[in-house]
Design a protein around this ligand. Sequence first.
Ligand code: ADP
Length: 398
Amino acid sequence: MSSRLVLVINCGSSSIKFALRREGDSQPLLSGLAEQLESPSACLHWKAGNEKHRRDLPGADHQSALAALLPLIGAHAGQPLSAVGHRVVHGGEHFTGASLIDDQVLQAIEASAPLAPLHNPANLVGIRAAMQVFDQVPHTAIFDTAFHQSMPVHAFRYALPDNLYRDQGVRRYGFHGTSHRYVSRQASLMLGKPAGSGAWLTAHLGNGCSSCAILDDRSQDTSMGLTPLEGLVMGTRSGDVDPNLYAHLYRELGWDIPRIENLLNRESGLLGLSGLSNDMRTLEQAREQGHAGAILAIEVFCYRLARSLAGLTAALPRLDGLVFTGGIGENSALIREKTVEHLPVIGLRLDPQSNRQLPRGQAGQIQQPGSPSILVIPTDEERQIADESLALLDAPSA
Ligand code: ADP
């Protein structure tokens, strides 16, 4: 029997990211992006091996963009799909793992929409369109929040009146779960442990950033909360601020809620601190040239990350290692070095030479002898989604 194929889909409000994966392969057969959907400049980009392609799809909506994928998949797959795996941002408390999508699951995703108003409705549009286009195949949903459903109550509750949790679902959910799970599993394999065993701190550092404490494949605590704004400094998101900032800005400046939401989500983080950019590469270059804002942004980013990681050790019985991932974690030796400099108290010591010499895009170990492992592991959320989708189909109850 040839190995199975999974199409992984991540739908935004005007875009669809996709990857066609063969079971067991480290690289996708086909991957790409349909963007600017429902506009005259809608188009489809895809990559197969080293070849890049582009096709204009003026005015295409999610369904017609997915229909345009059908012949591409036919050309590259050579066999029917076994599943379509969808990334869904918020699963509320309904979902602790991958789920086969049926009417009940669609309703539950809809019910979680108030918790992720920008993401869940877009994910649903994509799921419904894909179910029409790929109507002979099981569809699965893998939720960013599901991995963190193992957090104990003392980690997921806010110190707020109980009814806000009971009636409104106000609690900490956490995000980036697929990435945290993938890299912690890879970390155990790299150190020769059984897959999914060990006590890890993971730092997913992309445009959004979050940290996580993981024990034996179960999230114990994470830096993001009710929404992906809580926690670390990010590209344009502030991460933690005093919750009274809302009242302060309202009283002092007369700002309304949308204005403050925009400030905290789109004008803050690395961009706000540096006054220059949300892009770490740009900030590293500017830092070299002595740009004060870039220097400050990098210092705050690393200190706040280190503080979060040190705090998360409270959720672990011991520490086997720290994993860096995401665009910044995988590529920035500077950020890794400056972050670990703040962490000698938890025994972490980085080897500057192996840190700087680690080739981009490759996994490796960068600790000094005697330190818990410090690992760099490229994340692969699509692979994790494909694996979880197939594991779900293999499960006895599927
Ligand atoms: P997303 O969260 O959108 O998936 P990525 O994981 O691709 O984002 O991460 C984007 C971030 O990674 C940007 O801040 C970018 O500057 C940073 N990054 C990518 N390559 C490098 C590099 N070589 N050095 C420093 N930062 C990098």
